[in-house]
Ligand binder design. Structure first.
Ligand code: NAI
Length: 480
C-alpha cells in the first residue's frame, strides 16, 4: 500500500489530503501538524476550517485511510510520498523584509524529513514557494541524506477557499513539476498515478520544476490583476457616472477576456494574492528586472487604494466624521463560504474607521470574536505563522463589539458596511433594518450584492462600488 504523509494540516493540507484519501481508497494518507489544537480539531466534529462539503469527505475516510496526527516524524519516516504544505509567510525582517517568502518552516520540515527518513522518498512542494525553492530543498535533503534517494516535485495547489472541495474534485488542471532525469520522470509518474484516480490524464500537466513554481505565482498574480483592473475601473465609473457592473459585463462577454473575476469590490484578500505578488516582485528585483517588479507592485497598490477609497467614502458621506457613531460591519471573512480572515479587506476598512473613532458592531456568520480581535490587533504578516507562534492578543479593541446577528449589528447604527458577499445578506429585511437605524441611514455596499434602487426607495443613502453616485455623495471627496 502506498503511504502518503502531508506536513501541514491547514487550509491546503487538510482538504487536499481528504480528497486524495476519498478518491484513492488503497492509499493511506496521514496529515500531520505541530499544532496540537489543529490536529485535535481535525479529529473532532468541529473541523478547524469551514469549507462547504469538507465535513462529508472527512467523515467518509477518517479512521479508514485518512489520519490526522501530531506524530510528525513517525508518519514522515513511514511515507513513500511526503507533501509539504506548511506556512510560507512574508519575511518581516532582514533581507527581503516585506516582500520575500520566509522559508523557515519549509526548511525545518526539509531537515526533519532528511533526519527521520530510512527509505527513498518523493518530497512534494505543495506550499506556494519562490522559484528555485525546490532546488534549495533538494540541496538540504541530499546533503543530509545518508544514502537515501530523495526526488523533489513541485505540485502547487490551485484550489480556491470557499469552493475547495469542488475545485479538488474537478480541477481545471493539476500541475506537476519535476527533474527531467530518469529518476525525476519516475517520481512525476508516481504522483501522476495518484491524481489519475480521478483527474483525466489530459488535465494533469507536467513541466520542469521552475516552470511549476513560477506558474503558481503567475496564476495568482493574473487573478489578482483582474480584480485590481476592474477596481481601478470602478473608481473611474464613480467619477463619470458609468456603472461598473455594466462595464465589466460588456468587457467580459469578449471571449478573449471572459466573464470571471470581474466583480468590483472593496478589494481582494486571502492568504495568497498579496503574499504571492510580493514574492514575485522580489524575485523580479533579484533578477535585475525593476520595471517588471514595478508593474506587478501596482496590482497591490490599487488594492490598497480601493480599501482607502471605501473608508473615505464612508467618512466623507457621514459629515466627515464617524467619531462615536455606531457602524455595522456585515461580513469579516475575505470572501463568502469561508471563515478565513487572512488579509481580508475588512481588517483595513475596520482599522480605517476605528482611526476615525467609529464604534463598530461586527457580524460574520463564520468568524469568531477572538479571531476578529486578533486580526485588528496583530501586526502585518504575523497571521501567517503557526497558531502557537502568533502573538496572543494582549488587548481587545474596546470600540469593537462582535455580535451573532445582522439585525443586532445594525440596530441604532448610523451606517452599514457590507464587506463580505455572504448570500444571507442579500435576503435581509432591509425595511426592518432601516426602521431600527439612526437617520439618515447609510449603506456602503463593498461587494455590490444588494439592489441599490430598492434600498433607495426604502430611504437609505446608498453607496455601491463603481455605481452612479447618490446626489448626496457627489461633491464629497473620495480620496484623501
Ligand atoms: P495554514 O497556515 O492554514 O497551514 C499550514 C500548517 O502548517 C499550520 O497548521 C502549521 O501549524 C503547520 N506547520 C508549520 N510548520 C510545520 C512543521 N515544521 N511541521 C508540521 N507542521 C507545520 O496554511 P495554508 O493556507 O494551508 O497554506 C499552506 C501553503 O499553501 C502556503 O504556502 C500557501 O501560500 C499555499 N496555498 C494556500 C492556498 C489557500 O487557499 N489557503 C491555496 C494554494 C496554496
Amino acid at each position: 500500500m502506498v503511504k502518503i504523509c502531508c506536513i501541514g494540516a491547514g487550509y491546503v493540507g487538510g482538504p487536499t489530503m481528504a480528497v486524495i484519501a476519498l478518491k484513492c481508497p488503497k492509499i493511506e494518507v496521514a496529515v500531520v501538524d505541530i499544532s496540537v489544537p489543529r490536529i485535535k480539531a481535525w479529529n473532532s466534529d468541529q473541523l478547524p476550517i469551514y469549507e462547504p462539503g469538507l465535513d462529508e469527505v472527512v467523515k467518509q475516510c477518517r479512521g479508514k485511510n485518512l489520519f490526522f496526527s501530531t506524530e510528525v516524524e513517525k508518519h514522515v519516516s513511514e511515507a513513500d510520498i511526503v507533501f509539504v504544505s506548511v506556512n510560507t509567510p512574508t519575511k518581516t525582517r532582514g533581507l527581503g523584509a516585506g516582500k520575500a517568502a520566509d522559508l523557515t518552516y519549509w526548511e525545518s520540515a526539509a531537515r526533519m524529513i532528511a533526519d527521520v527518513s530510512k527509505s527513498d522518498k518523493i518530497v512534494v512542494e505543495k506550499s506556494t514557494v519562490p522559484v528555485k525553492t525546490a532546488e534549495a530543498i533538494e540541496k538540504i535533503l541530499t546533503h543530509n541524506s545518508k544514502g537515501i534517494n530523495f526526488q523533489i516535485l513541485s505540485n502547487p495547489e490551485f484550489l480556491a477557499e470557499g469552493t475547495a472541495i469542488k475545485d479538488l474534485f474537478k480541477p481545471d488542471r493539476v500541475l506537476i513539476g519535476g527533474r527531467e532525469t530518469p529518476e525525476g520522470l519516475k517520481a512525476v509518474k508516481a504522483l501522476k498515478d495518484v491524481y489519475a484516480h480521478w483527474v483525466p490524464e489530459e488535465n494533469i500537466l507536467t513541466t520542469n520544476l521552475w516552470s511549476a513554481e513560477l506558474s503558481k505565482l503567475a496564476a495568482n498574480a493574473f487573478l489578482a490583476q483582474r480584480i485590481s483592473s476592474v477596481n481601478a475601473m470602478s473608481a473611474l465609473c464613480e467619477a463619470t457616472g458609468a456603472d461598473v457592473s455594466q462595464v465589466s459585463y460588456a468587457v467580459g462577454t469578449d471571449s478573449r477576456i471572459g466573464p470571471k473575476f470581474l466583480n468590483a469590490s472593496v478589494g481582494f484578500g486571502g492568504s495568497c494574492f498579496q503574499k504571492d505578488i510580493l514574492n514575485l516582485v522580489y524575485i523580479c528585483e533579484c533578477n535585475g528586472l525593476p520595471e517588471v517588479a514595478e508593474y506587478w507592485k501596482q496590482v497591490i497598490k490599487i488594492n490598497d487604494h480601493q480599501k482607502t477609497r471605501f473608508v473615505n467614502r464612508v467618512v466623507a458621506s457621514m459629515f466627515n466624521t464617524v467619531a462615536n457613531k455606531k457602524v455595522a460591519i456585515l461580513g469579516f471573512a475575505f470572501k463568502k463560504d469561508t471563515g478565513d480572515t487572512r488579509e481580508t479587506p475588512a481588517i483595513d476598512v475596520c482599522k480605517g474607521l476605528l482611526g476615525d473613532k467609529a464604534r463598530l458592531s461586527i457580524y460574520d456568520p463564520q468568524v469568531t470574536e477572538d479571531q476578529i480581535q486578533r486580526d485588528l490587533t496583530m501586526n502585518k504578516f504575523d497571521w501567517d505563522h503557526p497558531l502557537h507562534l502568533q502573538p496572543m492578543s494582549p488587548t481587545t479593541v474596546k470600540q469593537v463589539s462582535v455580535v451573532w446577528d445582522a439585525y443586532e449589528a445594525t440596530k441604532d447604527a448610523h451606517a452599514v458596511c457590507i464587506l463580505t458577499e455572504w448570500d444571507e445578506f442579500k435576503t435581509l429585511d432591509f425595511q426592518k433594518i432601516y426602521d431600527n437605524m439612526q437617520k439618515p441611514a447609510f449603506i456602503f455596499d463593498g461587494r455590490n450584492i444588494i439592489n441599490v434602487d430598492k434600498l433607495r426607495e426604502i430611504g437609505f443613502i446608498m453607496y455601491s462600488i463603481g455605481k452612479p453616485l447618490d446626489a448626496w455623495l457627489k461633491d464629497m471627496p473620495a480620496v484623501a
